[in-house]
Ligand binder design. Structure first.
Ligand code: FA5
Length: 347
């Protein structure tokens, strides 16, 4: 029985050390299987040890000693192999998960400001230097603010100038221009003097074309106080256009009509593309319109809370997308909301 024990022990250790590819014990699962088969509760060595009672009494102590030695040797061999397997697995996972720190990184796509936002911010900066604050008013408006208090009662023919998006709620519309903000600002600040710009989105139920969108930004300007004159409006517009387009560019006032200003003008710049010579963009006139403007109508001043005998004011409304089109020579306004990266990445 002692020989059998020695043989079992020798075979088990040899199996553990075997480098033969097929028999090699190189995973924890294979090692556990070996353990169960050799020294587990039903392992060959364990079963043999239980048969010690079959030996003659005098042989039992020697067998017992040898059995202990064998068991300890097998346990130690098991532990050593388990350590080797663990180290090999760690080395393998380090090798496979290795990071090549010399590899160039993946470029992160950087967002940027929309061209309309860039022009808007440019406009804010210029007017801020002239003492104008930014005032926001709602995009969803009432008929009163958008038309009536701007001197356009129901059925006034001038309403046709602004093709309107109506909502299912009576009297609630999408603002067609930023001018309703004039009334809101005046009512908030009256009787204080006012110097504001009112930027934001406007909506018109218009035929979409290269020059006209159904949604676009406007920047309204409003100055109210004692002795505000048309000269102040002209000086402000000249200063603004010089700062935006450069000192060499020419601006002109052309008489016009808006129900909420009297007198009313259109502000034109000499065409950036042909330098005033005449081209298809300026329809061979040499001029491009950038804003509507005028002196605030007495009725509008009164609707805002100011006495027109004491106070006067000027107002203007410009389209930043049209301005951006001139500055960057963009030929189609539809590009602004088309979400085409090939267009947006150019700014
Ligand atoms: C107005 O909207 C007046 N409220 C402007 C105003 C304000 C006049 C204060 C007097 C005093 P108008 O409809 O012309 O005016 O629009 C003003 C500017 O908005 C235009 O010069 C243009 O730059 C821009 N704009 C108008 N319609 C569109 C459109 N469909 N798409 C893009 N921009 C537009």
């Amino acid at each position: 029985m002692l020989d059998k024990l020695n043989q079992l022990c020798e075979d088990a250790l040899a199996e553990l050390k075997s480098q033969d590819k097929q028999d090699k014990i190189d995973t924890q699962t294979a090692l556990d299987e070996w353990y169960g088969r050799v020294i587990g509760r039903k392992g060959a060595v364990t079963l043999l040890l239980r048969r010690v009672g079959e030996l003659p009494r005098e042989e039992r102590p020697a067998f017992g000693r040898r059995a202990n030695e064998a068991k300890q040797a097998l346990e130690a061999a098991y532990e050593a192999r388990a350590q080797e397997i663990k180290a090999a697995e760690l080395a393998c996972s380090l090798r496979e998960g290795a990071i090549d720190v010399t590899m160039p990184g993946r470029p992160l796509p950087m967002g940027r400001l929309h061209p309309s936002t860039q022009v808007l911010r440019n406009i804010y900066d210029i007017f801020a230097q002239m003492g104008f604050q930014v005032y926001h008013s709602p995009e969803v408006e009432t008929d009163e603010y958008n038309f009536q208090w701007l001197n356009m009662p129901p059925h006034h023919p001038a309403r046709d100038m602004w093709d309107t998006f109506y909502t299912t709620q009576e009297g609630i519309i999408l603002r067609t221009h930023t001018s309703p903000g004039q009334i809101r600002a005046m009512r908030e600040f009256c009787p204080e003097p006012i110097r504001l710009i009112l930027p934001g989105m406007c909506y018109r139920y218009e035929q979409i074309s290269a020059r006209s969108e159904i949604q676009f930004n406007q920047v309204e300007g409003l100055a109210v106080g004692r002795h505000v004159t048309l000269t102040d409006l002209k000086g402000t517009m000249i200063e603004f256009t010089r700062r935006l387009y450069g000192a060499e560019r020419v601006m002109r006032f052309r008489s016009s009509h808006f129900p909420f200003t009297e007198p009313s003008v259109e502000v034109d710049m000499d065409c950036i593309l042909c330098q005033g010579e005449g081209c298809p963009v300026c329809k061979y006139t040499g001029w491009l319109e950038i804003a509507g403007a005028g002196m605030v109508h007495p009725v509008v001043l009164r609707n805002g809370g100011y006495d027109p005998d004491e106070y006067s004011g000027f107002a203007f409304g410009m389209g930043p997308e049209r301005i951006a089109m001139q500055v960057y020579s963009i030929t189609d306004i539809r590009q602004f909301w088309a979400n085409d990266l090939r267009f947006l990445e150019q700014f």
